[in-house]
Design a protein around this ligand. Sequence first.
Ligand SMILES: [Zn+2]
Ligand SMILES: [Zn+2]
Length: 272
Amino acid sequence: MIRGNFHTHSTYCDGKSTLEETVLAAIESGMDAVGFSGHAHTTHDSRYCMTVEGTESYRRDIMALKEKYKDKIEIYCGLELDYFSDTDPKDFDYTIGSVHYVVKDGVYHDVDGSEALFDESVQEGWNGDPIGFAVDYFAEVADIIEKTNADIIGHFDLVSKFNENFCRFDENDPRYVAAWMKALDKLIPAGKLFEINTGAISRGYRTEPYPARPILKEIVKRGGKVILTADCHQKDTLEYGFEDAIQYAKECGVTELYTLSGNPIKQVKMKL
Ligand SMILES: [Zn+2]
Ligand SMILES: [Zn+2]
């Protein structure tokens, strides 16, 4: 198996480690590849993303690191594009497409910023109905490839981040299930990679990766492709929970994992 992580943040956005610290940690642990996916700029919210100028130096710094460490590790320069990002991804090796806000009546409602922000979104936009919020979330997710043309679909069911043990809503609710099923109808034929993302585990919100078991099983059943990612925000979580996540994937029927490699970058299939 090729050891890599393609969902990696740095101090250019909301990560804690610099690009080079992260590269050195990846080399140290024997990884084959690291792909950076800085949060692309969103005009309506600058708290977590790269600035427009920062995006340029991010790209330049990664180019320099690619050259400096070319004999030790593959380094890729990507972006995590939000549904509402305004950065042109053409000069980047690959992109992740993610929904972090649901817009209703012109208002941006936060999906994953914090538990309090999630509850506020549900209250203010959906009269306290979290499943109504999730339905509109998945409607945006369904369009993420059309909107961003991303190579990877980021944390497909991020809307369940603060729902461990179904503490906020029942994920078996038919409205919830119908919403993600409908998003899969649109996304599976695109042939892009769905993340198995351990980020919320490393940050203590979940005990299992995105997507939840029923969703991952359905992705497998429909022939969808998956990539294992850490949504890493600091250098010591580059492969956080990967062993358990591989076990989880197997339990959900996954027999092949994908990664990205080459220039131009391409999907590479690996047997599990
Ligand atoms: Zn994200
Ligand atoms: Zn991320």
